[in-house]
Design a protein around this ligand. Structure first.
Ligand code: APR
Ligand code: ZN
Length: 361
């Protein structure tokens, strides 16, 4: 089967024929319909997220189950599935607390053994344990959520990372209530999903912040009531000016930089929430004074995978999409072939696309 293989940090991608290993017990083989291109993939290309090489990237996919391994009961061949980055065990302490996204074994598959061999016989690893930039993949059954066969699989793929992360951050982590005010910093695929989530929550003001004008236009289409061009004005002052000096009830950071995390902190009102969705680097430190942390009484909270349970929340997101409350098509800037990934990553880095969607025949 065709796969886009990344042989080393920095790339490039090359489309190759690789052979999948036999499906292990507890796992399934999926024929992918589509895969979104997410900034976390770029973090692997850059070496910020550790990964064994050579690897097949991609972690936002949906497709059809073609084979199930021993001991798989929840999924059968022919099922349509969205792949989940978290494969919850459902028995660890975190799962039992209901914090499925923090499952102690939820990412084990991402660090598993090679899942395929290349034409030259070398081992190939699936990034994030999913490797969706390929016609097929093998994943734990617990990383697949069965969905309605009527729903278009290409759009469903977006739910597996960007949409669940962005919408989840607003609905499940910040828990935005009707009439509240929200600022979203960073309007890529994840941030635009957060804006849509804020609209679903009934937020009265949704302020979108980005440095790229076209992203702000997209944010307005997604439901933003106000926009701030962070390249043209000081974003904290601009957001405070829009909220009578008070700041917003909820600030959501969707870039992954200490500078924008500090901006989110500065935009939130006293007692408000600051939700960190962006995945930054380990050595980028955030400095907030001890006095401020106490006196501002803000809740600063990291948010993994939208603080969601994929089995519970993917169907909810599909229902919202089905009745038009969230618009998945709006997130797609371009549909591409597997051999166009280099260009798609360059475009994402330049900020000129929301989501590129790799579509398989
Ligand atoms: N201020 C405001 N916006 C910024 C800034 C900044 N200083 N720097 C970058 N941006 C904007 C970009 O213009 C772009 O619109 O942030 C957006 C990031 O979007 P994408 O590159 O499409 O990334 P996305 O896939 O949405 O992921 C965003 O969430 O899950 C994490 O790892 C992911 O850290 C990443 C973040
Ligand atoms: Zn992602």
């Amino acid at each position: 089967m065709r796969a886009s293989v990344l042989r080393e940090i920095g790339g490039p991608f090359s489309v190759e024929q690789i052979d999948l290993a036999p499906v292990p017990s507890g796992s399934i083989r999926v024929r992918l319909a589509a895969s979104g291109v997410c900034r976390s993939d770029l973090s692997v290309v850059r070496g910020v997220i550790p990964q064994a090489f050579p690897t097949v990237l991609g972690h936002e996919g949906a497709g059809v189950v073609v084979e199930v391994g021993d001991a798989v009961t929840a999924v059968t061949a022919g099922d349509h599935v969205i792949l989940s980055c978290v494969a919850p065990c459902r028995v660890c302490a975190a799962c039992l607390r209901g914090e499925i996204e923090l499952c102690e074994h939820g990412m084990d598959h991402a660090f598993g053994p090679a899942y395929a061999t290349s034409a030259s016989g070398g081992e190939v690893y699936a990034a994030f344990g999913l490797g969706t930039f390929a016609e097929e993949t093998v994943v734990p059954a617990s990383a697949a959520v069965v969905i309605d066969r009527e729903f278009p699989l290409d759009l469903a793929s977006l739910i597996g990372c960007g949409v669940v992360t962005g919408v989840g951050a607003v609905l499940r982590s910040a828990r935005v209530a009707p009439g509240e005010t929200v600022a979203v910093i960073g309007c890529g695929g994840v941030g635009l999903s957060a804006v849509q989530g804020a609209r679903v929550a009934g937020a009265a003001r949704i302020i979108a912040v980005d440095t790229v004008a076209s992203k702000l236009d997209r944010a307005v289409k997604a439901g933003a009531t106000d926009v701030v061009d962070a390249g043209a004005s000081e974003p904290i002052d601009a957001v405070r000016a829009l909220t009578a000096g008070a700041g917003v009830d909820h600030a959501v950071e969707v870039v992954g930089l200490s500078a924008t995390i500090l901006q989110a902190y500065g935009m939130a009102r006293r007692g408000g929430t600051v939700t960190i969705v962006g995945a930054g680097s380990f050595d980028d430190m955030v400095s907030i004074s001890a006095m401020q942390l106490m006196a501002d009484a803000k809740t600063v909270r990291g948010c993994v995978y939208g603080a969601t349970d994929p089995a519970r929340d993917f169907p909810v997101l599909l229902d919202l999409a089905r009745r038009g409350a969230i618009d998945l098509e709006q997130l797609v800037t371009q549909r591409i072939d597997l051999d166009e990934l280099d260009e798609a990553f360059t475009a994402m880095d330049a900020g000129s696309v929301a989501r590129s969607l790799v579509v398989f025949e």
